[in-house]
Design a protein around this ligand. Structure first.
Ligand code: PMP
Length: 391
């Protein structure tokens, strides 16, 4: 039987650069003690107080169908958070609650791209981006960035592709995989291109609570951008709730009305007890979020200290998120070859920069997701290994 082109085309064919990751998983299954610095999963679990709220809600009977757009309480909690943190007046009618940021990314592209439309995104990128775009039948168009500019996009380079016609542009700050945070100039440039070329902006802000330097600026807050921006948010990273699958889209009311139709025909909403737990979690405010984010800033500083004492491995300036991007070009190896050799010789698993597109070749991404002591030792071993290769 023939499957649809849309579903068979999602991965786009070819190698996706995840071989090192799968190799590490096979080693772990065989009992090897691998230090996993690969995916963006906290080394802590969801806080017990959030679980207690979930339990109370479920036992209280909130286990039936929840309202498809999200519960009133959850939509209002997210709206209040965005109003307070971005200054953009936001009501519950601007919010759709989704099962995680990933489904929000998919829904946002369904809402903005027709089949065959070109959808722009910034390279290096979070691994699912091109597949998400292909999944809605649109054509993924990467915009290359440069290590020398900390992988921040340049407006004129986005404009080159926008001029050829495109429906949307997807950006992500704080950024996975690079850890960079876009400043006001970068975002103003992006906003300008969107307005000049009539692009929808899809702004993935799932790392908005993890900023170590500068500030998180939501491009939705820039002049005349709220009407063309869809913000993707999530509780996965901010509240260590990856497995709860809860996130949102903030967008103009008309967009949300259509997205509710999509949700009715796809997810049919998010479990009520998860939403109640999320409302509770959001009500804990920035203190809990800061506590959950703190280890990544601490480990970024550990990495900075270790890297300050050598000249072989370069650190892309990392101002946020749970990753650092390291330049290993001085070893003469590609990111993939370096990651493989580090895994083979020292049982340390990292992600090749090539897993995230073409711009980050010769780099590796290190997820700062093991305890400080283990992180420090792994990073020192990584540097020693690079120096050995370079010598
Ligand atoms: N966007 C980015 C940039 C991510 O790194 C992730 C998860 N790693 C997501 C979206 C999706 O996260 P979730 O579906 O868990 O909310």
């Amino acid at each position: 039987m023939k499957l649809s082109q849309r579903i068979t085309n999602i991965t786009g064919g070819g190698s996706d650069g995840w071989d090192v990751f799968y190799k590490a998983r096979r080693m772990i299954a065989k009992g090897v003690d691998v230090t996993e610095l690969t995916i963006g999963e906290h080394d802590i679990r969801t806080d017990p107080v959030i679980l207690a709220a979930m339990d109370q809600s479920a036992r209280g009977g909130h286990t039936g169908y929840a309202m498809v757009p999200g519960t009133q309480e959850m939509r209002e909690a997210v709206a209040a958070r965005l109003t307070e943190r971005t200054g953009v007046p936001t009501s519950y009618e601007n919010i759709l609650i989704t099962p995680g940021g990933q489904s929000a990314l998919f829904a946002a592209h369904v809402a903005t791209c027709s089949p065959g439309d070109r959808a722009l995104y910034i390279d290096p990128y979070y691994a699912t981006y091109p597949g998400t775009i292909r999944g809605v039948g649109a054509e993924p168009v990467p915009i290359r960035t440069h290590a020398a500019n900390a992988f921040k996009p340049k407006a004129e380079e986005i404009a080159v592709e926008a001029t050829k016609g495109a429906a949307s542009l997807l950006v992500n700050t704080p950024n996975n995989p690079t850890g960079t945070v876009y400043g006001r100039d970068t975002l103003n440039g992006i906003a300008q291109v969107c307005k000049e070329h009539d692009l929808w902006l899809i702004s993935d802000e799932v790392y908005d609570t993890q900023v170590w330097e500068g500030e998180h600026i939501s491009p939705r807050s820039l002049p005349d951008m709220a009407e063309r921006t869809l913000v993707v948010g999530s509780m996965s990273k901010s509240h260590a709730m990856t497995g709860s699958r809860i996130g949102w889209i903030a967008a103009p009311k008309e967009v949300i009305t259509h997205l509710i139709n999509l949700a009715t025909h796809t997810t049919y909403g998010v479990p009520g007890f998860i939403q109640d737990a999320a409302v509770f979690a959001l009500a804990q405010g920035e203190e809990l979020e800061a506590e959950i984010a703190a280890p990544f800033e601490r480990r970024r500083d550990i990495a900075k200290d270790i890297l300050a004492n050598q000249n072989t491995v370069g650190l892309v300036p990392a101002q946020g998120a749970m990753y650092i991007m390291l330049d290993v070009r001085a070893t003469g190896l590609s990111g993939e070859a370096f990651a493989n050799s580090l895994l083979d010789t020292h049982n340390i698993a990292t992600m090749p920069g090539e897993s995230f597109g073409h711009s980050a070749h010769g780099h590796i991404r290190v997820a700062m997701t093991v305890d400080d002591k283990r992180f420090k030792s792994a990073l020192q071993t990584l540097v020693d290994h690079a120096e050995h290769l370079a010598a």
